[in-house]
Ligand binder design. Structure first.
Ligand code: ATP
Length: 214
């Protein structure tokens, strides 16, 4: 069965780093869709600069025209700090126990996994696919011990293995390295530098119209 991909994040704002990650993993893993799930109020980071509605609108603009990309509003609609493990439980109930689900993470997010709520249960609910990201090393010596153990036990190098089981594997993927970050985009706008070509023009037009990040 074709796996679905889940890409959670703050998306403050969404940029080409997110979109290329999703696009390349659709191709590599034959995902039927990627669900972009913006976080309501991330408990582990400071409050986003744009409102939840603005972050959602930017995703809507960014994914327009891509039939496999879906905006999933569930965490924002809940309006409480949502946990990924709970979102995956919900999806599991909706899609059934056989549906392969891939939680898509950049290398920085993967390295931070041990600080997530009930993080080891994530592997019971989904595969974890880790995209390379410039500036973050996936060398095992530099990883938290428990995370390294999970990686060693679950590592797979073979995309079809993610289609034949609902979850439980970890795969790493060397996507096109793009050193783009939302933090750097916001900091650039603040000092008057244009983020043109780092994110879709439609998103940039929206940022300007809403006078965001200035
Ligand atoms: P910030 O700079 O504020 O940390 P961000 O650019 O990392 O933001 P998030 O919304 O936090 O954006 O990221 C959502 C997901 O996308 C995370 O799993 C993150 O690792 C991944 N991601 C973001 N940018 C990239 C990139 N350039 N390359 C690979 N993965 C990325």
């Amino acid at each position: 069965m074709a796996p679905i991909g889940i890409l959670g994040g703050t998306f403050d704002p969404v940029h080409f780093g997110h979109l290329r990650l999703a696009e390349e993993l659709v191709q590599q893993l034959a995902l039927s869709e990627v669900r972009f799930i913006p976080a309501a109020n991330p408990w582990h980071r400071k409050k986003p600069a744009a409102t939840a509605m603005q972050r959602m609108e930017m995703i809507r603009l960014a994914i327009a025209g891509n039939a496999r990309f879906v905006l999933d509003e569930r965490e924002i609609r809940k309006n409480s700090p949502g946990y990924t493990v709970e979102t995956l439980q919900e999806l599991r109930q909706e899609r059934g126990s056989r549906q392969p689900v891939c939680l898509l993470l950049g290398a920085d997010a993967f390295l931070g996994l041990p600080s997530w709520h009930r993080w080891r249960e994530l592997f019971e609910l989904a595969h974890v696919v880790v995209a390379h990201r410039p500036g973050f090393s996936l060398l095992q010596e530099q990883m938290d011990d428990l995370l390294r153990e999970e990686l060693e036990q679950r590592i797979s190098t073979n995309p079809p293995s993610l289609q034949s089981s609902p979850g439980g594997r970890i795969m790493t993927s060397p996507i096109t390295p793009l050193a783009i970050s939302a933090t750097a985009i916001r900091a650039g706008i603040k000092v008057g530098r244009s983020p043109r070509y780092l994110l879709p023009q439609s998103v940039l037009d929206y940022i300007r119209a809403q006078e965001l990040y200035i």
